[in-house]
Design a protein around this ligand. Structure first.
Ligand SMILES: *Cc1c(COP(=O)(O)O)cnc(C)c1O
Length: 415
């Protein structure tokens, strides 16, 4: 267990979380190196013996230490912006193992990606193909491209994180794919290298992923018959994790079923998991400020807020809350755990039985993915510190922002 109690204190690997707070304060994200390595190893084991590449989804956790760790393990990266590409390169990642997704790549981002030697631009519209071809022509390069195809599979997840249905903004329609591929193959400035899809996130059932694999494989076969041979098939990310009582399909079994659907396709298999690599490898530490009992609700006011961890406000997501010092919660009050931000949506956890007192530390679990990466400075709150634990050592991997850093880029006009 990565996060477990030892002598009554919740630890990350061998480091007591209250030690980390003494050194770095709250709110503070803590990641476990071992947990990230273990999750990556599950992917590597499931793909062993097959030409494959795991491209970590940078948007789920873009801390340089996380990226550097995964780069060292041999991972590639799935990026959605020029900023993420800069992070990958700064962390020692390889552009030739990096795929660039997203519906709105700018001119500057396409230039940046081509000059870095990106593995593939995953295109999401005909207009984007035209733009990429024009830029590649101007640069005197061939742009490696794939289309992200929308397989119209219902991922049966939260609508905000479902991406593979016809009404979603992502990808090109299956019906249009063959025509777009023929057009792309006719352009000298682009090199057709693959096909991609990504149907959504936090998928706890394997069936939609397997159905998408089936449809994308069928499309790749039809393209091959038309003389368009693809070097890779990218089946996206999306494998869910346990936040509460979900029982997500194991990574190995899901991948085995996808591989079966790929059949005799010899193309390299690319997967771009985010959440399933880092989600349960991180926690957010916070301190209780006040108890605020009320007639209708009891509130536990803590020093972390929706600007630090947006998932509960944005998706109604559920995160387990554990006291850093083990306590007997039986008979304790039921609280909504809320932050100091001036929004009624600033609720981190609803209806939790906690015996916490002011000053106590709490760990908000499963916060490694879409936690810090989605954080903001709303209410002029400096962003949290980030720490990576490796065995019995805790490394500060992002300093807490300061008040000065909040407005360092601002200026007042000389009226
Ligand atoms: C967000 C995203 C992922 C990662 O999704 P997870 O659910 O975190 O695994 C993978 N591929 C693409 C294209 C994405 O947009």
């Amino acid at each position: 267990m990565t996060f477990a109690y030892r002598d009554g204190v919740l630890c990350a690997e061998a480091v007591p979380l209250d030690d980390i707070v003494r050194a770095h304060g709250t709110p503070c994200y803590v990641y476990s190196r071992a947990a990230i390595e273990q999750a990556y190893a599950e992917y590597a084991a499931a793909l062993a013996g097959r030409d494959a590449l795991v491209c970590f989804s940078v948007k789920s956790n873009s801390n340089l230490a996380v990226l550097a760790l995964l780069a060292r393990l041999g991972a590639g990266f799935d990026i959605v912006s020029g900023g993420e590409l800069a992070r990958v390169l700064a962390a020692g990642g390889d552009a030739r193992k990096t795929v660039f997704s997203g519906v709105g790549k700018s001119e500057a981002e396409i230039v940046q990606a081509l000059e870095a030697g990106i593995l593939c631009l995953n295109l999401e519209s005909e207009a984007e193909l035209e733009r990429v071809a024009a830029i590649a022509t101007r640069l005197g390069r061939r742009a490696p491209i794939a289309f992200r195809v929308n397989p119209d599979v219902d991922a049966k997840t939260h609508p905000y994180i479902s991406t593979g249905l016809k009404q979603n903004k992502f990808g090109v329609a299956q019906e249009d794919a063959e025509r777009l591929y023929r057009h792309a193959a006719s352009l000298a400035a682009v090199e057709v290298v693959g096909i991609g899809c990504h149907i959504g996130s936090q998928l706890t059932a394997a069936a939609p992923l397997i159905e998408a694999a089936t449809r994308i494989t069928a499309l790749a076969t039809r393209l091959a018959q038309a003389g368009i041979r693809l070097a890779h098939i990218d089946l996206g990310g999306g494998i869910g994790i346990r936040y509460r009582d979900e029982s997500p399909q194991p990574i190995g079994a899901t991948i085995a079923a996808m591989l079966e659907r790929l059949g005799t396709q010899r193309a390299k298999l690319i997967l771009d998991p985010g959440r399933s690599i880092v989600g349960n490898a991180g926690v957010l530490l916070t301190r209780v400020e006040y108890l605020k009992p009320g007639a209708a609700k009891n509130f536990l006011v803590v020093d972390a807020a929706m600007n630090d961890l947006m998932r509960p406000s944005l998706y109604g997501a559920w995160h387990e809350v554990m006291p850093v010092r083990a306590q007997q919660a039986a008979g304790a009050p039921v609280y909504d755990v809320v932050g100091p931000v001036c929004e009624s949506a600033d609720v981190l956890a609803k209806d939790r039985t906690l015996a916490a007192q002011p000053g106590d530390l709490l760990a908000i679990m499963s916060a490694g993915a879409y936690g810090m990466a989605m954080s903001s400075n709303y209410n002029s709150r400096p962003r949290a510190a980030e720490v990576m634990v490796d065995g019995s050592t805790a490394y500060l991997v992002r300093r807490r922002e300061t008040h000065e850093s909040l407005f360092a880029l601002e200026s007042v006009p000389t009226w």
